[in-house]
Structure formats: C-alpha cells, structure tokens
Design a protein around this ligand. Sequence first.
Ligand SMILES: [Zn+2]
Length: 70
Amino acid sequence: MSLKCPVCGKLKKDPVDCARHMFGTGDKPHKAWFEAQGLSYIDLLLSQATEPGNKAYIEVGGLIAKAQQG
Ligand SMILES: [Zn+2]
C-alpha cells in the first residue's frame, strides 16, 4: 500500500518506507509532525536504533496509514 508523507507529500511504497523517510529526513517540519502526534522523535529514533524488529517504523507507519485511510 503506497502512501504519501504527511509532511512533504513524497510518495512512499509502504508504511514502513514512509516512516523510514520521516526519520531519515528529520528536518524541522518532519520533527514537528511527530510532536503534533504527541510522539518524541528522539525517543522513537533511539528505540529504532536499539531495539530489533523496526518497532518504531511500524508504529509511525501505522499512524500515517491510519490517518490517510480516514
Ligand atoms: Zn516527507
């Protein structure tokens, strides 16, 4: 399921790919999106770096996908 980055509108191939883009870009507007969702960019980035299984990517990707379905 392809979806758009909620910040810059770039088309991504799936939710995890979109989340990876959000973290990888990490500029001010993308970080602001995390804050607007009540999430900590830094905490999620740390979790992604230190825990196995792409947990943070899946969580963030899921949120983006959910927002775009509704
Ligand atoms: Zn983007």
